[in-house]
Design a protein around this ligand. Structure first.
Ligand SMILES: Nc1ncnc2c1ncn2[C@@H]1O[C@H](COP(=O)(O)OP(=O)(O)OP(=O)(O)O)[C@@H](O)[C@H]1O
Ligand SMILES: [Mg+2]
Length: 502
């Protein structure tokens, strides 16, 4: 077996109050895909940021191509051939593709003037090597998420990368885009590139990777050969126990209708969407990424303006609300993407949770800190949020733990209807089942719940009824026995096989 191209040995990194990495050893061989897994906050992103020169370890060594090295900053890492594709994309949207590929390393002539021709030509070559359909002059802001990710990956060609690290790369990709990404990764693999692949999706890990290293609380639990293990064993290494019943469906009685939507339409996005949801009911929306599910719920919530449609709220017809009115009615929308979901990054988790509801924590004009703290503790436990305390700025939490605070913030408002858009994206398997249980508890307490998910087992597992959506249309409704993977796939693919509806 080939010698490792990169070895980390005894890497330790602490932040105030946390040992993020505790003597971590890890290696990558040329041409392998090495999965790095662990719960939210286990230290995966931190380890990779050490490799990419974003963090400097407190102790430990990095051996690269047989030599001990020090990686001072991200550009130095790239120039050495170590490339990190971030958990949250980090390109400059106003710059061109070529400028982004070579960001920080633009070619200049002897006088220090930017050599635009060389920049374009080199970028074009990198894009060609990746089979990209866009050009070096396109502005990055106009590209889809998947294309932006390709721009980041194109750096692997531009800088002749030997090691490429993917931090949860499929979180916002459609299935087709995911397949394309896997093809790209396999191509890099054939070039002899060593690949680190961070993901919470077990199916991807078993499809793609050769070895798996498990981190728990900053320590390596072990490295195993993918072929010689299975998802249950890996999960047990991650969370220290076996997960029993993965899904928990609410055992609730449906009572009054909370919301009824008739003929909701938004040109170019979706058309003629009608459905209703009752107290105690979990209604699932299944569809591929891009089917229009998020657009529908954003319209209900007033973020987008519908062209047509009527709304009944608790039995009475009302005008389509603004977001403020929606909140006042008792709607909550937990959106899918962390970046725009309104966490105040510099503030602590406690304030982020209670901020939108300050009035209920004030006694006359004085804040009731005790009550605020009790709420924080309640959600920290219910969602197993990993934080050093109520004051830790959410900017320093791991991606998955930030996600959990967004959920906490909305739950805390005591809504009548809660809409969860991809509630477990980026959440580790252990916390996932905690969130599924929480969804069931909400319904059992009499809330109406709408869950949007692209994960079929999830949507079938938590919902009482599932609507299937494709290309902006409702294409099926399933309940009880009819709620099967086969029926959902049929509904969606039947529709896609037909010429697009106007
Ligand atoms: N800049 C920072 N300051 C303080 N603490 C930090 C900082 N960066 C990371 N941490 C802490 O280090 C720990 C590991 O975080 P990390 O982001 O590596 O987790 P992760 O395994 O990538 O999780 P996820 O699956 O949620 O992305 C967490 O407790 C996090 O809060
Ligand atoms: Mg992470």
């Amino acid at each position: 077996m080939a010698d490792p191209i990169l070895t980390l040995s005894g890497i330790t990194k602490t932040f105030p109050g946390v040992i993020a990495l505790d003597k971590v050893s890890f290696d990558v061989r040329p041409g392998e895909v090495h999965a790095l897994v662990g719960e939210n906050g286990a230290g995966k992103s931190t380890l990779m940021k050490v490799l990419a020169g974003l963090y400097h370890p407190d102790a430990g060594a990095i051996i690269y191509q047989g030599q001990p090295v020090q990686i001072d900053n991200p550009l130095a890492a790239r120039e050495k051939g170590i490339l990190l594709i971030h958990q949250e994309l980090s390109l400059s949207p106003e710059l061109s593709v070529a400028e982004n590929i070579y960001l920080g390393a633009w070619p200049t002539n002897a006088l220090g003037v930017l050599n635009k021709r060389k920049l374009r030509r080199d970028a074009q070559a990198a894009l060609d090597a990746m089979g990209c359909s866009f050009g070096p002059d396109d502005r990055v802001g106009t590209l889809s998420v998947a294309m932006q990710q390709m721009v980041e990956i194109a750096r692997s060609q531009a800088f002749s990368a030997n090691v490429v690290i993917f931090d949860e790369p499929t979180a916002s990709l459609t299935d087709t885009e995911k397949d394309q990404l896997f093809t790209t990764i396999r191509g890099l693999q054939r070039q002899g590139v060593g690949i680190v692949y961070i993901s919470h999706k077990m199916d991807e890990i078993f499809e793609l990777t050769d070895r798996i290293t498990v981190l728990r609380d900053g320590q390596v639990q072990g490295t195993v050969t993918t072929k010689e293990t299975d998802a249950t064993a890996v999960t047990r290494m991650m969370i220290g126990r076996t997960l029993e019943a993965y899904f928990h469906k609410a055992d609730s009685t449906f009572r009054d209708e909370v919301l009824r939507v008739e003929g909701l339409s938004l040109k170019g996005q979706f058309g003629d969407v009608s459905f209703s949801v009752r107290q105690g009911e979990v209604l699932g929306f299944y569809g591929l990424v891009g089917a229009g599910r998020s657009e529908v719920v954003e319209t209900l919530f007033g973020i987008r303006k519908a062209d047509r449609g009527t709304l009944r709220w608790q039995g009475a017809e009302i005008p389509l609300p603004t977001p403020r009115q929606a909140i006042d009615l008792g709607m909550a929308l937990v959106p899918e993407s962390r970046k725009e979901q309104g966490l105040v990054l510099m503030m602590g988790g406690m304030e982020n949770t209670t901020l939108p509801h300050l009035a209920s924590y004030a006694r006359r004009t004085v804040m009731d800190r005790g009550k605020e703290r009790a709420t924080f503790d309640e959600y920290k436990d219910a969602l197993s949020i990993k934080t050093t305390g109520p004051e830790q700025p959410v900017s320093t939490l791991s991606g998955g733990n930030q996600q959990k605070f967004v959920l906490a913030k909305w739950l805390c408002a005591g809504p009548k209807l809660i809409i969860l858009d991809e509630p477990t994206r980026g959440i580790d398997v252990g916390s996932k089942s905690a969130i599924h249980t929480l969804i069931a508890n909400l319904a059992e307490r009499g809330l109406a719940v709408i869950v949007i998910s692209s994960e079929m087992p999830e949507v079938l597992g938590v919902s009482h009824r599932v609507l299937a959506m494709a290309e902006g249309r409702l294409v099926g409704e399933f309940e009880g026995e009819e709620m099967t993977e086969e029926n959902l796939i049929d509904a969606v693919s039947h529709h896609l096989a037909r010429p697009a509806a106007e």
